[in-house]
Design a protein around this ligand. Sequence first.
Ligand code: TXA
Ligand code: MG
Length: 331
Amino acid sequence: MNAAIEERQTRLLAADAAGIAEAARLLSTGGLVAIPTETVYGLACDATDPHAVARLYAAKGRPSFNPLIAHVPDLAAARRIGRFDARAERLAARFWPGPLTLVVPAVEGAVCDLARAGLPTLAIRVPAHPAARAVIAASGRPIAAPSANRSGHVSPTSAAHVLADLRGRIDLVLDAGPCPVGIESTILDASGPEVTLLRPGGLAREAIEAALGAPLARRAPPADQDAAPLAPGMLASHYAPSVPVRLDAREVAPGEALLTFAGARPPGSAEAVAVLDLSPDGDLVEAAARLFAHLRALDGRGARGIAVVPLPRHGLGEGIRDRLARAAAPR
Ligand code: TXA
Ligand code: MG
């Protein structure tokens, strides 16, 4: 796959009218463009163009082809690439645009096989971010967009994060400042008899369960595109800082940095290499928005590890804990 990596000059443009027009032009000619979404920055390409999708996999340094999310401007466009039953329609009407991805049976030939990794289903999302919506609408095609990070790295929530990972490998970064949600979309599989939760994320489980009127079962996705091969009984390492991450820490060990929440200062905090609080007020929405930037910042401080205080499980806490568990998984 290395042979496919081309050296490119990566431009950085503001997400204004000119930047959006240039992004759409590049996408309709097979280019690779990092775009802001409300969750994280995505690395976008034309989902109908297998050459563009192959270059995208190569730019991420991905060991294997895993399925990508197709991004469209609205439900009408989504119906042209996926089959929506009454249940999927209800979820889409309730939560789109927003941080929810729905896996539904694919309309054959609507996106290229490589973007679907050959699966009979397709993951579809209608983002809420105005810049993402403008670029996708102007491109006039479904846009494949995994998180705009190198394989195995934490997802980018700013243009600077994207450049740190992908400079020289992609054509353009469209800069709209930090991503407001900060963790990836929640993924639901609505292709089978039962709706299941494949990935907790920026839309809280409680909101979905209220809309469905039933509890949601959790199931592992077929493949996580940034993850190492999944060993039995082990979480895939993902979103990985370079130093070990220790969860549910009740104290800070010598040489560790501390990622904390709601002002908690466990024993040893005063000697920590660095301390960052996800939300001093204990707000889980704010914590999600800061998660990846704080992980990157603590990773750069020369600590021998990152201790993380116990975090709540409700609301966006489920998605935050999921990302941290992956960051802490053995690799
Ligand atoms: O918030 C997000 O969803 C971001 C922004 C850029 O939209 N995108 C994102 O994409 O997180 P990515 O490629 O990093 O993660 C997509 C996940 C992968 O774990 C993949 O395995 C799963 O979606 N997926 C894609 N197609 C699938 C399918 N047909 N069935 C089950 N899982 C699927
Ligand atoms: Mg990703």
